[in-house]
Design a protein around this ligand. Structure first.
Ligand code: LCS
Length: 406
């Protein structure tokens, strides 16, 4: 198999289908072959030794590389406009390997105060145990970000929009501060996907994804990807990926390659549906507030268009009521599934404080701006009238109960 010609496709709709594809020279298969093999045979001992020495190109062993996984890496590098990419067995595999390749004992990390719960837990608990210090900061506040930097700071890590409350961080601002202070900037782009946002275009060094979400899009894979310079990706592959070993399976890589081909059409529908649902919820008398960057009232609205092609498929909201009312509302839904994860065809609804962000203590949740009554909805690909119909009937039920209880 040889690499296909690296044509510079201009449009994302074309890129998701063609960019980074490796042509099957043997049979011309249109769909990428799944190389379901754990190891690769050598012609002779010398060839094996040469490959281990890096003196001859070629595959060695599944943890060190696989042709199906390699195609996905090339496709993702093309989509994120970076030189290269590394695939992982989960989003957390990508987050942990990427951070650890850039931090060692005695180093300091500047991190966003609100992050996906396990990323927060990794930094706040595991890194702390290994002598990697972190300062969590509100990254909408440029001054606070600058003040958090210490002489031993090495990297800066954030998500935008933030899981779960959709706060948007200015990519250009973070990239500029990182360059000024010689920090490696690392952005988790899971909520947007490369169809809506390319952090590298603003000067962000490393882009991580939970490929479990929009990239795959069908709720049947756990996977992660990191995109960045050839030098950074080689370092990650030769250290934290190879030796910690959170590699992606060829079968999962194939499913994600398949999912990627429809990324731009899926994202278009997710965004359209989410905007309509956000507007419905905002106008509903039982809704206290809606967090969605596509609403003019949202903190991130001015950055849509500047750094995001659209506002995405996820929103969060608070009902007018207490925690029990929120639970009653969620339990009354008939079509939306109560589930963590996001970016799937199905609409998924969850309660961050008790689910995705349960690693946060009550004070940490407060500092991160995540309330006990916040509900997160990953708006699916169903007809928007059916999604709104389901939310509406559950809100009516909740309303009737509130009136009854008083
Ligand atoms: N980064 C972000 C922004 C995430 O939302 C997640 C998972 C991860 C990294 C980790 O990826 P994983 O290892 O699960 O592939 N977020 C989840 C969520 O919000 N609900 O369930 C998982």
């Amino acid at each position: 198999m040889a690499d296909s010609k690296h044509t510079n496709f201009k449009h994302i709709e074309t890129k998701t289908i063609h960019a980074g594809k490796i042509r099957d020279e043997q049979f011309g298969a249109l769909s990428t072959p799944i190389y379901q093999t754990s190891t690769f045979t050598f012609e002779n001992v010398q060839q094996g030794a040469n490959r281990f020495m890096g003196e001859e190109a070629g595959y060695i062993y599944g943890r060190l590389g696989n042709p199906t996984v390699r195609e996905l890496e090339q496709r993702m590098a093309a989509l994120e406009s970076t030189e290269d990419a590394a695939a992982f067995g989960s989003g957390m595999g990508a987050v942990s390997a990427t951070l650890l390749a850039n931090l060692k004992n005695g180093d300091h990390l500047v991190a966003s105060s609100a992050l996906y719960g396990c990323s927060f837990s990794l930094i706040n608990h595991i890194f702390a145990d290994y002598g990697i210090e972190a300062t969590f900061v509100d990254m909408t506040d440029e001054k606070a970000v600058r003040n958090a930097i210490k002489p031993n700071s090495k990297a800066i890590f954030f998500e935008t929009p933030i899981n779960p409350n959709l706060v948007v961080i200015d990519l250009q601002m973070v990239a500029d501060i990182a360059k000024e202070h010689n920090l490696v900037s690392i952005c988790d782009n899971t909520f947007m996907s490369p169809a809506l946002q390319n952090p590298a275009e603003f000067g962000i060094d490393l882009i991580v994804h939970s490929a479990t979400k929009y990239l795959n899009g069908h709720g049947d894979v756990i996977a992660g990807i990191t995109c960045g310079s050839a030098e950074q990706i080689e370092n990650i592959k030769l250290t934290t990926l190879k030796d910690m070993g959170a590699v992606m399976s060829p079968n999962d890589a194939w499913l994600i390659i398949r999912g990627l081909k429809t990324l731009s059409v899926r994202i278009e529908r997710h965004c359209k549906n989410a905007q309509t649902v956000a507007e419905f919820l905002q106008a509903h008398p039982r809704i206290k507030k809606v967090d969605y960057p596509g609403l003019p009232s949202h903190q991130g609205y001015p950055l849509v268009g500047k750094q995001m092609k659209a506002a995405g498929g996820i929103l969060a909201f608070e009902i007018k009521g207490n925690f029990d009312d929120a639970v009653y509302f969620m339990n009354s839904l008939k079509m939306c599934s109560i589930a963590v994860s996001l970016g799937d065809a199905e609409s998924l609804i969850q309660h961050p404080a008790s689910m995705t962000h349960s690693p946060y203590t009550e004070e940490e949740l407060k500092a991160a701006g995540i309330s006990q009554t916040l509900i997160r909805l990953s708006v699916g690909l169903e007809h928007v009238d059916d999604i709104i119909g389901d939310l509406s009937q559950a809100l009516d039920k909740m309303n009737a109960r509130i009136k009854q209880v008083g």
